[in-house]
Design a protein around this ligand. Structure first.
Ligand SMILES: *Cc1c(COP(=O)(O)O)cnc(C)c1O
Length: 391
C-alpha cells in the first residue's frame, strides 16, 4: 500500500532542528533575542512597520479585537468560510458577530454582498465596529475595495491572514497593512510556516503596537514613558488593563526564524503545484479558486495554503473523498460555515443567511498542498482524480 498523502503537512529541515537546539542550550527560553528577531523579520518581509509574535493566531485575533476596543455592544462582521477562531475571539469579548456570504468564485467574503449589508445596517443603526476579511486558502480579499467602504461607513479592519503569509496583493506582500489596522498570521503546523503553535500581529500604528504588546503580557508595560505614576523605582512595572499571558517562546521563535529563510522557496513550490493541478484538471468538471475580482497578473497571488476543488454536487464530493481515501490520499473540507456549528445554532444564528457558503461547503474538497509534496505524490493525486472522473 502507498504511504498516506495528507492534505497539508509541515516541513522541518535539519537547520530548523539545529536552530531550536541552539536556543535550548542558551540562556533564554522565552522572550529572548530570537523573539525580537522573529518579529522584526516578519515586519520587514511583510513591509509593515511593527510586528508582535504571540502564542497562536486565536490569541492574536483576540488581542487585535481588544486593541481596537471591541467589547459588549459592538458588532464584528466576517466571512462564514473560516475557522471558528475568527468569530469566537469576538464572542469571547462580548461582541456580536454577523456573517457576510462568500463569492462563489473567490471563496472569500463577497464585497458586493458586504456593500448591500452595510447600506441596510446604516438604516437600522447596526453598523459593525470591525470587519475581518479572511484571506481564504491564501488568496487576499479585495482590500482596496474594503478600505473604501471603511472610509464611507467608519469601521476598522483586521485581516485574518492565517493562510496568507507569503501571498501578494496589489504588488505588496500580504501583511503590509496598507488597507487595514492589523493583520494576523498563524504558525500552526498545517499553515505556510510553523512554530508548533504560534501567531503574529502586524500593524503600521505605533499606538496599536503598544496596546498589542501590553495585551500580550497581562496588560503590563515596563516602558517608563507610558507609566501613569511618575515616582516609579527602576524595577517597577505597571499593569494598566486586563489581559492574560499570550507570549511566544524563544524556542518557538527560533523555529520561526529558521522557517522564514525558505519562505520564498516554499511559496514558489506551492504556486508550482497549484499550476500543475490547474492544468491537469483543465478538462474535468472541477472549479478552482479564482482571483478574477482582483487581478489575474503577477501583482496579486495566493500563498496556496490550501488547494480547494469545487465538485458539481455533494454526492460527487463524497464519492471522490472515499475514492481518494481508498488510494491513501487524505483530503479535507474547509470550512463548514461557522454559524452551522452546534454552539452557534444554540445562539440562534440564522441558518439561511449565507446560502452561497452552504452550497460551497456541500461541494468543496481540499486536496494535498504543501511545501514537501513530491513530484511523485503530485502525480499520484492527479492520476487518482483523473481516474475517478474517467471511470
Ligand atoms: C488556523 C486558523 C486560525 C487559528 O490559528 P491558531 O494559530 O491555530 O490559533 C484562525 N483563523 C484561520 C482562518 C485559520 O485558518
Amino acid at each position: 500500500m502507498n504511504p498516506i498523502i495528507p492534505y497539508g503537512k509541515q516541513f522541518i529541515s535539519d537547520s530548523d532542528i539545529e536552530a531550536v537546539v541552539k536556543v535550548l542550550k542558551s540562556d533564554f527560553l522565552t522572550q529572548g533575542p530570537e523573539n525580537t528577531e522573529f518579529a522584526s523579520k516578519l515586519a520587514s518581509k511583510c513591509e509593515a512597520a511593527f510586528a508582535t509574535v504571540v502564542s497562536n493566531a486565536t490569541a492574536a485575533l483576540y488581542i487585535a479585537y481588544k486593541a481596537l476596543g471591541v467589547g459588549p455592544g459592538d458588532i464584528l462582521w466576517t466571512s462564514p468560510n473560516t475557522f471558528v477562531a475568527t468569530s469566537n475571539a469576538a464572542l469571547l469579548l462580548g461582541a456580536k458577530v454577523k456573517f457576510i456570504d462568500i463569492d462563489i468564485n473567490t471563496f472569500n467574503m463577497s464585497i458586493d454582498r458586504l456593500e448591500e449589508e452595510l447600506k441596510q445596517a446604516e438604516i437600522y443603526g447596526a453598523l459593525p465596529k470591525v470587519i475581518v476579511p479572511v484571506h481564504f486558502a491564501g488568496q487576499s480579499c479585495d482590500m482596496k475595495a474594503l478600505w473604501h467602504l471603511s472610509e464611507q461607513y467608519g469601521f476598522r479592519i483586521v485581516e485574518d491572514a492565517s493562510h496568507a503569509l507569503g501571498g501578494k496583493y496589489n504588488s505588496k506582500p500580504v501583511g503590509n497593512c496598507e488597507y487595514s489596522d492589523i493583520c494576523v498570521f498563524s504558525f500552526h503546523p498545517v499553515k505556510i510556516i510553523t512554530t508548533g503553535e504560534g501567531g503574529a500581529l502586524l500593524t503600521n500604528s505605533a499606538e496599536l503596537k503598544n496596546r498589542i504588546d501590553m495585551l500580550t503580557t497581562h496588560g503590563i508595560t515596563r516602558d517608563f514613558s507610558l507609566f501613569e505614576r511618575n515616582d516609579a523605582e527602576p524595577w517597577f512595572y505597571e499593569q494598566q488593563f486586563l489581559s492574560l499571558n499570550f507570549r511566544l517562546t524563544d524556542i518557538q521563535s527560533s523555529l520561526g526564524n529558521s522557517q522564514l529563510k525558505t519562505l520564498e522557496k516554499n511559496i514558489a513550490r506551492r504556486r508550482e503545484i497549484a499550476a500543475n493541478y490547474k492544468s491537469a484538471f483543465k478538462k474535468l468538471n472541477i472549479k478552482t479558486q479564482s482571483n478574477e475580482n482582483i487581478s489575474s497578473d503577477e501583482s496579486t497571488y495566493s500563498s496556496w495554503h490550501l488547494y480547494v476543488i469545487l465538485l458539481s454536487s455533494s454526492q460527487e464530493r463524497l464519492a471522490l473523498y472515499k475514492f481518494l481515501r481508498e488510494n491513501n490520499i487524505y483530503t479535507n473540507v474547509h470550512y463548514p460555515p461557522v454559524f452551522t456549528q452546534p454552539y452557534y445554532k444554540q445562539l440562534q444564528f440564522d441558518q439561511s443567511i449565507c446560502p452561497i457558503s452552504q452550497d460551497y461547503h456541500s461541494r468543496c474538497l481540499s486536496i494535498p498542498m504543501f511545501y514537501g509534496l513530491s513530484e511523485d505524490e503530485q502525480h499520484k493525486v492527479i492520476d487518482a482524480i483523473n481516474k475517478f472522473f474517467i471511470l
